[in-house]
Design a protein around this ligand. Sequence first.
Ligand SMILES: Nc1ncnc2c1ncn2[C@@H]1O[C@H](COP(=O)(O)OP(=O)(O)OP(=O)(O)O)[C@@H](O)[C@H]1O
Length: 571
Amino acid sequence: MQRKVKQLYTLMNRSQMAKSQFVFLFFISILEVAAGLAVPLLTMKLINQISDSGFAFTSLLPVMGVLVVQAVLSAVTFYMMRRVGEGAVANLRTEVWDHMLHLRLPYYDVHESGETMSRITQDTNVVKEFVTEQLVSFVSGLFTILGAVIVLLWIDWKMTLLLLLAVPLTIFVMYPLGDKMYELSKANQDELASFGGRLGRILSNIRLVKASQTERQELEGGKAQIQQLYRFGMKEAKIVAVLTPLMTLIMMIVLIAIFGYGGSQVASGAISSGELVAIMIYLVQIIMPFTQMATFFTDLQKTLGATERIVEALDETREVREGKPVPSASLPIRFDNVSFRYNEKPVLIGMTFTIEPNATTAFVSRSGGGKTTMFSLIERFYEVTEGQILYGNERIETFDLNEWRALFGYVSQNAPLLNGTIRENVMYGTPNATEEEVLAALKAAYACDFVMQLEKRLDTEVGEGGIKLSGGQKQRLAIARAILRNPRILLLDEATSSLDNESEREVQLALNTLTKDRMTIVIAHRLSTITGADHILVFEEGKLSGQGTHEKLLQTHPYYEQLWMNGRLEE
Ligand SMILES: Nc1ncnc2c1ncn2[C@@H]1O[C@H](COP(=O)(O)OP(=O)(O)OP(=O)(O)O)[C@@H](O)[C@H]1O
């Protein structure tokens, strides 16, 4: 528990919560509490005065004055409280978002995006509600209780001790329930995150779901999780349902005891009726924050659960971005005895080869042979398990990551598009491009004609993942994006796979312009598209089994020859 509270404290510190504002808030709430504590005393005075010398309007003024001051202070406290809390949580969200964007790719191999989303939105929201709503009212409640108890001790210490009997009783009730609440809320948040993950996964593949008619199956899966969430909710409800009336019950018992005792004191003349009224108002002032504290502790437990999950995510390693500047000359990329595995199974074993600048190099293997993995290693999405990859004579990990990734343009098999307009998609990664440059890139990618026929042209929305475009159109936009980026190194993954003959010819022409005098690495699925490559690397079983030009390989490499005869690489 202590460790978790410390975690929350560190997290709030990390969120750069404005300390000066917090201190100001603290003082204002003390003032508010002081004003509140003065009210019963002034009321006592008023009643005593009325019973001594009758009612006079002016004797009301002090109480009214203090009530107005208290109201103003309360408004300021509320506003400041929200300001500090909202500010802190905005910073926290920014930090989590920033962190998520810069995590190493392997994190996303094991965490679903929906789960990550829930961390950024829901967990931070739990922290926010706690900081903005509970924390300060807890502090001012604590002051109110302390102040009221001190004044009560002064008025009648015996009665106050009777009142304080409620404290151990309450702690006895609250502590075990609070622990249970913590476990529940963590399980609940985890389930919610996993439900978010499911939603993201299913909704982004809704076409597949419909085509496979798996709506019912997905509904059942979702329903099971919804039911689980319901059960958690109900368990939580049971605890709160018991806790709140239990607290009220304890308070009522104390109240009745005080009433009985106080009444007899007034009857015997030991205290005045003004004093009894003051005692009663103090009691109300104490009871209100006291019952609130029951939810404070359950909320604290909930918040600690959320905090732990945020801290877990923030503790994940980020990509190291700083490094040497990348040399300005085009240099070869060399794989020097590189081995790589994602988990247990090795994907690449002892690879040694060179990719020359200003040339087109093609990777050939059966499906699953590790071609995409090599792209990922070159782009530094993953790190090699053994050996090294060199740019010139330097290991690629030593370069500044931003500069390194800026070298690449990537056109992939499934042409990823983001939701947004055609313009936004082409300019993604090149935000400063001019209208002319965008149009030139579209033209070079043979995409200008179809874009100009669209009603809104460059401002046409492509839909989620480019759903409103054909496969070939998407691919040509991806090529236009790469052309606009004008990268030093071009990575092509089966760039012409979803085009008909006519578009394929056009795109091939565009690619020829794009690849000219540029280091280009192509993943080949159909050998016909790479016969003209300067250099072809053939991989088998995770190892390099041959290299050379198409003609040379046909003569010297039986496996390559066999692939060529088959005309296809897929199993
Ligand atoms: N993120 C990952 N985590 C674990 N294993 C992976 C991951 N990505 C790929 N693999 C595995 O690594 C092996 C190589 O995959 P890779 O995608 O590099 O092959 P590929 O040659 O590009 O395949 P294809 O031609 O079918 O696109 C495969 O066995 C695949 O299952």
